[in-house]
Design a protein around this ligand. Structure first.
Ligand code: AMP
Length: 402
């Protein structure tokens, strides 16, 4: 397609949750043909007291207002108002030309982003049982736009798609084959984040990008992946986003026998377990103080110290495990909230991996914005800020222009 035929306008990138919607508006097309973020923010507290906060790409405040009067209790009900608000801020020569959605689960069928057409919405709805806390919200947002703005093309980008390259030896659970055949296997999540890191390495560190790289996406949800030549070969999250390393409120891997015990001895059912495992475990469960890593770091109670030690130890163990999946290690990358902003955590994790040839430069680790934080003799350790929205914009523009 020639430059002149490429679509020009504004692209809406949406990440819809149960009570909040995060969004970014990108300018697409134009002279450079690139996607440039214009503004973005969050509508949260939906169902209690909705509030809109938006900043420009230069971090200037554009809106910080109560939307209580528009709050009809659900994301689908409030989304058309958000669309109106966004369009009121767009110049006339920059119409909305499409929407790209973060969709948590692509199941077995979706190994890359797709334009939402035909029976795609139905197919995505059919995956809701695989990610009951996120998929219904993602699908509801797509349905709402399809109804309120049928002329607006939509693209679904999946958090699982990047992990479709994981070989069977790493994505198969040791359970009877009939369950594996029915789709009970490791899907992995945070795929858009890993894909961005692989893209960033290809652009800026092509030699490392081709090698064996472990990426630690440490946020309130956290996972770790093993990348070989920019492709996922192993990942810590599994069938659900509960597996792997401990998180803010989720436990990470644990003995499945505990669940049988809780069902028998504490009379728990599936809903009770779901609440426990998604909202009451992890840093919050261990410390009984907070799910926020900053609170844990600042608190001197033994529970907080134990939570910090367990988190760092489990992250280090997972990184070492993935050096096995990769038969070695050429680089370690930290990303997401804790990975990008937490020198204490990075230091504790890497101290446990010194025997592997990983050693941080203390000064660089403590300098914000420093990309390479390891010593010269160490396996390179990098801090790369993730950008899932950029990845969704890239995929959406490519599909809208196709
Ligand atoms: P995310 O989900 O990627 O937004 O990351 C959220 C997590 O990052 C929370 O646990 C925060 O406590 C953590 N975080 C943010 N800033 C820092 C920091 N300066 N030090 C340690 N953790 C941080």
């Amino acid at each position: 397609m020639t430059e002149s035929k490429k679509k020009k306008g504004a692209l809406l990138v949406l990440n819809s949750g149960s009570s909040s919607v995060k969004f970014t508006i990108f300018k697409v097309g134009g002279d450079t043909g690139e996607s440039t973020p214009l503004f973005g923010g969050q509508l949260d507290g939906i169902g209690t007291a909705a509030k809109l906060k938006v900043k420009t790409a230069q971090k200037e405040l554009m809106a910080d207002e109560s939307w209580k009067h528009l709050d009809q209790g659900t994301v689908p009900a409030i989304l058309p108002h958000l669309l109106e608000w966004i369009e009121s801020k767009l110049p006339e020569d920059l119409p909305l030309i499409g929407a790209g959605h973060r969709v948590v689960h692509g199941g077995e069928n979706f190994d890359k982003p797709v334009i939402v057409e035909g029976d795609i919405i139905e197919q995505l709805s059919n995956l809701e049982h695989l990610a009951p806390l996120h998929q219904p919200q993602n699908v509801a947002a797509i349905k709402t736009l399809a109804t309120s703005r049928p002329e607006l093309p939509q693209v679904a980008c999946f958090d699982t798609a990047f992990h479709r390259t994981i070989p069977a030896v790493n994505n198969t659970f040791a359970i009877p084959k009939e369950y594996t055949d029915a789709g009970v296997r490791r899907y992995g999540f945070h795929g858009l984040s890993y894909e961005y890191i692989a893209h960033n390495l290809r652009e800026n560190k092509p030699d490392l990008a081709k090698g064996r790289v472990v990426v630690a996406h440490l946020g309130s949800g956290a996972s770790i992946s093993a990348l070989l030549d920019g492709k996922s070969v192993d990942t810590s999250m599994g069938f659900s986003a509960l597996d792997g390393i401990p998180m803010g409120t989720r436990p990470g891997s644990m003995d499945p026998g505990v669940l049988i015990y809780l069902i028998r001895e504490y009379d728990m059912n599936a809903d009770d377990l779901e609440k426990l495992l998604y909202y009451k475990c992890g840093l919050l469960g261990i410390s009984a103080i907070s799910n926020d890593m900053r609170d844990i770091e600042e608190n001197e109670e033994p529970g907080a110290k134990l939570a910090l030690d367990i988190f760092c130890n489990r992250v280090a163990k997972q990184i070492a495990t993935f050096a096995v999946s990769l038969r070695g290690l050429d680089a370690l990358v930290f990303t997401a909230g804790i990975g990008e902003n937490g020198p204490i955590i990075r230091d504790k994790v890497c101290a446990e991996l010194k025997w592997m040839g990983i050693e941080l430069d203390e000064g660089k680790n403590n300098t914000r914005g420093e990309e390479k934080i390891s010593t010269e003799s160490s396996i390179p350790v990098l801090v790369i800020p993730t950008d899932e929205e950029f990845m969704i914009a890239q995929h959406s523009v490519r599909l809208l222009n196709a």
